[in-house]
Design a protein around this ligand. Structure first.
Ligand code: TYD
Ligand code: MG
Length: 457
């Protein structure tokens, strides 16, 4: 047998290196490189000589999706589960991944389908206890405590399930790969093996992947390119809300967002998401409501800003829910184009409900929240703010403006600051008072005329 060689592989980003390093050059994380074996003697496989078909001959009927029973999950999947697809559900330990999938298994069971639940993590007894708590009997849910993926195809043959759940991809393994379960090599090969089975059997598979901070086990990130759909389950374990976010979807829109609430009886769907991100507070300086478009729907979110004099030499900029670079950029635009001297101010930003704002249409709202705190003057009550900010302070038009305004109207808002650039007549303002603005400076002044901010300088 040829001598086994090894290399080092980052458990966070998959960066490969022939030698050990303290810090990964790929993602700059510390102590994430682990040793992996290169197996030189893989068995040779004969050319299968398949029957070939031109694209024109491939049947193009819309594949039959089936509902998971969880409206929010179905939406983030693009309308349900696609047979033969491989879905990766990533999230921190304890966020509720196993709970969600057990509930989905129950729904499918009640719909007359069979589920194979491969658990390398918890024993059948532990899963039974969770099922009891959720009121699930599980007539057609087969829990198998098995970590060796070589047997998966056999179990599928035996049970003939409609859905296969692998909980978790970090605990299963393929014996011929030398590395331990949870290593990058095992993770990749295991996911590739499941993918192979999924395409062969045309069954849908869900892989659970833990996201860990330490990097002792490889994270789901290294599998993203391999699977069909990647969904992250996020949220603060201190509150009850959980967000499902699609970051990749071969069968539907990416960036879709679903919201669930962890209750005593498992996860329940939240049908009015703005309920979480809005507290309907008025008259407070530093507060703005933005309309963020998430996937296929608008969600209104409250943004809080606190702008205070710096006590130390250089100003602090801290944000939760907004990316740091974006905050720096908005502060710079406020300084240069809005005329606020931010250089000696600390800035803190908080987005309600643990949401993370990525939609550029929320730029203007975040900037006005800061201005409102800066001048210690509230924005006019009942207003939402919509608009992207350019570097020269121009307020740019946004997508789906009417849908955003519709959501605002529905939730009782009366006024909206919107980009002027958007062909005014094309926008159905739905009876909202709209204040079109061209620039950040104009937005600051118009708010004053509407009984809001007052600017001295
Ligand atoms: P779990 O699904 O085990 O998380 P993961 O698989 O992502 O590691 O969820 C664990 C947490 O959820 C645990 O802290 C208990 C809580 N929980 C509830 O609040 N309500 C419930 O009905 C259930 C089953 C769990
Ligand atoms: Mg679990």
């Amino acid at each position: 047998m040829a001598k086994e060689k090894s290399y080092f592989c980052c458990s966070e980003c998959g960066y490969q290196s022939p030698k050990q390093m303290g810090r990964c050059p790929g993602c700059n994380n510390w102590n994430t490189l682990t040793e992996e074996l290169i197996r030189p003697d893989r068995p040779k496989v004969a050319f299968p000589g398949r029957e070939l078909r031109a694209l024109i001959d491939v049947s193009g009927e819309e594949t039959m999706r089936f509902q998971s029973g969880n409206y929010e999950l179905d939406r983030v999947l693009g309308g349900g589960i696609v047979p033969g697809s491989l879905i990766l559900l990533g999230g921190e330990p304890g966020i509720g991944k196993s709970t969600l999938l057990l509930q989905i298994a129950d729904y499918l069971d009640k719909a007359g389908k069979k589920v194979l639940y491969l658990s390398g993590e918890e024993s059948s007894r532990q899963i039974k206890m969770r099922a009891d708590r959720l009121g699930i009997d599980g007539r057609n849910i087969y829990i198998i405590n098995e970590a060796n993926l070589d047997f998966l195809a056999g179990y599928i043959d035996q049970i003939k399930p409609d859905l296969v759940i692998v909980d978790s991809i970090q605990t299963v393994y393929i014996p011929e790969i030398g590395s331990i379960p949870g290593s990058v090599a095992q993770l990749r090969e295991s996911a590739a093996r499941v993918m192979e089975i999924a395409k062969k059997t045309d069954l849908p598979f869900v892989l659970i992947g833990h996201v860990t901070k330490e990097g002792a086990i490889a994270g789901p990130k290294v599998l993203e390119h391999l699977v069909d759909t990647v969904i992250y389950f996020e949220g603060d374990t201190n509150n009850f809300y959980r967000i499902l976010r699609t970051v990749k979807n071969r069968f539907g829109p990416a960036n879709e967002m679903g919201i669930l609430e962890m209750s005593g009886q498992g996860l329940i769907e939240v049908d009015n998401p703005s309920r979480i991100f809005l507290r309907h507070r008025h008259g407070l300086p530093g507060l703005a409501v933005v309309a963020s478009f998430e996937g296929t729907r608008p969600i209104l979110v409250e943004v809080e800003a606190l702008v205070v004099p710096s006590v130390i030499g250089y100003p602090r900029r801290m944000a939760s829910g907004i990316e740091g670079n974006r905050l720096s950029l908005l502060v710079a635009v406020l300084e240069k184009r809005g005329g606020l001297s931010m250089g000696n101010k600390d800035v803190y930003i908080k987005v309600a409900g643990g949401a993370s704002l990525k939609d550029p249409a929320t730029d203007l709202g975040v900037a006005l929240a800061m201005a409102s705190s800066f001048y210690d003057t509230p924005l006019p009550s009942g207003s939402i703010v919509v608009g992207e900010l350019g570097l020269s302070g121009e307020v740019r038009s946004v997508s789906n403006l009417t849908l955003r305004l519709k959501e605002a109207k529905k939730l009782g808002f009366v006024r909206a600051l919107i980009p002027n650039e958007t062909g005014q007549e094309a926008v159905n303002t739905l009876g909202l008072e709209v204040i079109p603005v061209d620039t950040l400076a104009e937005a600051l002044i118009k708010n004053r005329h509407n009984g809001g901010m007052h600017f001295e300088g």
